[in-house]
Design a protein around this ligand. Sequence first.
Ligand code: IPM
Ligand code: MN
Length: 366
Amino acid sequence: MKIAVIGGDGTGPEVVAEGLKVLKAVAKKVGFDYTIKEFKVSGDRYLAAGGDPTRPTIPVIQDQEIAELRAFDAIYLGAVGHPKIAPGILEKGLLLRLRFELDQYINLRPVKLYPGVETPLKGKGPEDVDFVVVRENTEGIYTGMGGIQYKDTPQEVSTQINCTTRFGAQRAIRYAFEFCRRRNNPKHRLTLVHKTNVLTYVGDTWFRTFHEVGKEYPEIEKDYNHVDACCMWFVKNPEYYDVIVTDNIFGDIITDLAAVIQGGLGVAAGGNINPKGVSMYEPMGGSAPKYTGRNVINPMAAIGALAMLLRETGTNTGDTKLMDAGNRVEAAIMAVTPKMKSQAAGKMGFSTTQVGDLVAQAVAAG
Ligand code: IPM
Ligand code: MN
């Protein structure tokens, strides 16, 4: 397996290093070979190359680098974000660009409360918080369609178009049904989350497509929630959910709420997936500048992203060794979380590197 590594900014390289430590342990345990190549893409590099911090003046990632990334089996990303760079420049220049150009049309967010991890939900435990959000990742309001006219006048008008295609909704929905089938949770329930009562055009496309594709999955319950109600149920009855499929912006918002109920950004991981192309896996937390270089940041989310990278790459290529490796890493995470005092940076009872060591040891012992 060939893995491209983008450590990025701030604590990104530190947490990725712990993930790579665990990768080494699991490759030895299961018996597979891999190579890694580091890509030095970051906000720091953008500034060092003369990029303007207030507006995008040079590429954050080169065309040549993107072309090179296409030859890898997966991308492992730490964090890209810089306190001196205006919002949007790195997001559009790297993360969104890769999602679009590599056609990573799924954002996969497992929401699982690991043993011993604190949730702010009173009376809920690991048996209650265990579901998966499948977020459409290349359409909706993320396409950048729209614009501003009469800027800086009292007549200023701005529009941001929710570009929804039947094709885009269909492939996300199909992926979600297949995922739900594979997951095989006794609930066998796929919940479409949208806002069909107000977004009567784009919501209608999603709703009709959902029921059309759903005919091919008779064993799966077709369920629907409005996005606002879904937020309420996440807090009140998270145990209701099995798999959720939703559009880009709703998925963005509900997965931050979901991250909090699974114990916060220290543990939440996600994947930007093109099932037939190159996918990219990342911890949800940012570059955390104030914790950089102090060996206090929680690497669990990055290690969880590595588990996903292995399992999903294995699933998409039919490689059972990789699937096994991903499951072993997740089991090792679950063996270590109960030993930690907290999942918050600086409060874990261990340093960043110690947490990585503990997971690597649990993999070796497992
Ligand atoms: C996410 C992030 C991104 C998004 C930002 C950084 C552009 O919030 O991956 O959820 O909105 O998709
Ligand atoms: Mn987000």
